[in-house]
Ligand binder design. Structure first.
Ligand code: UD1
Length: 416
């Protein structure tokens, strides 16, 4: 199993280009299921999760053709509307095929995702919404068995804000008969990017980006070309890394408007940030100040940035409170950060992090994708060597991580 060896203690300096957003690419790839015509995508990141989704779609009869810059998905015919446990268990976003399959084929068999390292993560809201649209869904042998001759539009009030839940229902509603109103919808930029792609395919959608999305169903969707939005979490991760390690970096190809909460917090930590079009410059000349964060649905501070900000807090001047409100078990990185010498006390869903002057390199274990990113940041700051085990988590969501960090002057090496 690959490991990542980081020799810390060097400030970051240089320029890198961010990739397309994983969390936009995955639902958009599923949108291809809604049409018999090809969907051509650019800016699709090269990530393990993207190949997993391609494999999942291929099992259903979708041809996925990835060339240099373009990925074309063609669901001319769906031969097998099934998502098997073997793939679903490795990537929860697989549940995004449920809505599109049901809308296009009138049936779907999708494995329940099961637990994951960061908590229970149920899919009850996805199921409830599809049932409101007329689907019959039963659980058989660990699979959701869904059927509907044609989905009907409905008014759906979601009990809580769910990103993939909103996306699943929006895709299903695009082909339903009549109008669907999604209330308490997720406002994440990735939901907006998916809506943009669906609209290009001929869907009638209004309000994406607000908590009320109106979808008028159409009988069929066509083909389209779409450019996947930049990854705001990847962007935020490199910015947090530079804020922790010190230095001056430029990120290009970003979507700065999707990063307000993160940029505000980095400024609060003492970083100077300048935006020129799609580039973000960050410079920090002193030890970062402690900043507290509380995760919540967009536009508030993202749970996917929590681990990175905990790492930043570990070396900041002062004490920060890191509060996680989205997932119940998303502090596993705290234990690993303590191995590097961090002073962290867990109190329920809050971590009290007292910044220390220096961390010390050690062997640590990655537990999930964003937790690993937090460990990488800590490793960049720590004295000596940090070896991160189980970096397959990082490969799920960070394209060319070592290459990009090296371009920023960090000393990182993948050990096979
Ligand atoms: C998405 C992101 C993930 C991010 C998360 C929160 C993708 C592919 N993944 O995950 O990176 O961390 O949003 O921003 O976009 N919940 C229920 N019932 C449901 C659905 C969700 O109780 O039917 C709960 C979850 O357990 C969690 C909260 O709602 O506590 C938010 O989860 P959700 O927004 O659905 O996360 P994902 O869409 O899985």
């Amino acid at each position: 199993m690959d490991k990542l060896k980081i020799t810390g203690g060097r400030a970051l300096e240089g320029e890198v280009r961010v990739s397309g957003a994983k969390n936009a690419a995955l639902p958009i790839m599923c949108a291809a299921l809604l049409s018999a015509k090809p969907l051509a995508l650019t800016n699709v990141p090269r990530l393990r999760d993207v190949s997993t989704m391609a494999k999942l779609l291929a099992q259903m009869g979708v041809t996925v053709n990835r060339q240099e810059a373009k990925t074309v998905l063609h669901a001319k015919e769906i031969t097998e509307p099934t998502a098997a446990y073997e793939l679903v268990k490795t990537m929860r976003a697989s549940v995004l095929v449920l809505g599109p399959l049901l809308a296009r084929c009138g049936e779907a068999k999708v494995s329940l995702p099961g637990g994951c390292a960061i908590g229970a993560r149920p899919v009850d809201q996805h199921v409830k919404g599809l049932q409101a649209m007329g689907a019959t869904i039963s659980i058989e042998h660990g699979y959701m068995q869904a059927s509907a001759s044609r989905l009907r539009g409905a008014r759906i009030v979601m009990d809580l804000v769910t990103v993939t839940g909103t996306e699943n229902l929006m895709m299903a509603a695009a082909l339903a008969e009549g109008e669907t109103l999604l209330e308490n919808a997720a406002r994440e930029p990735e939901v907006v990017d998916l809506a943009r792609c669906l609209i290009a395919m001929g869907a009638k959608i209004e309000g994406a980006g607000s908590d009320q999305i109106r979808i008028r169903g159409v009988p069929s969707l066509g083909g389209a070309e779409h450019r996947v939005m930049p990854d705001r979490i990847e962007t935020g991760t490199y910015l947090a890394a530079a804020a922790a390690a010190g230095g001056k970096i430029r990120l290009t190809g970003t979507a700065p408007e999707s990063l307000d909460a993160t940029l505000d917090k980095l400024r609060e930590a003492g970083a100077r940030i300048e935006i020129h079009g799609s580039s973000i410059d960050l410079e920090i000349a002193r030890r970062p100040g402690a900043v507290s964060v509380r995760t919540a649905p967009y536009p508030a501070f993202a749970t996917d940035m929590q681990a990175q900000f905990m790492a930043l807090a570990c070396v900041a001047d002062g004490t920060a409170l890191i509060t996680e409100t989205i997932f119940e078990n998303r502090f596993m990185h705290a234990i690993e950060l303590q191995r590097l010498g961090a002073d962290i006390r867990l109190e329920g869903n809050t971590a009290v992090v007292k910044g220390v002057e220096r961390l010390q390199g050690a062997a640590v274990m990655a537990t999930d994708l964003r937790a690993s990113a937090g460990l990488v940041i800590a490793g960049l700051v720590a004295e000596g060597q940090t070896v991160i085990d189980r970096i397959y988590h990082l490969d799920r969501g960070y394209e060319a991580l070592e290459g990009k960090l090296t371009a920023l002057g960090a000393r990182v090496e993948r050990i096979k």
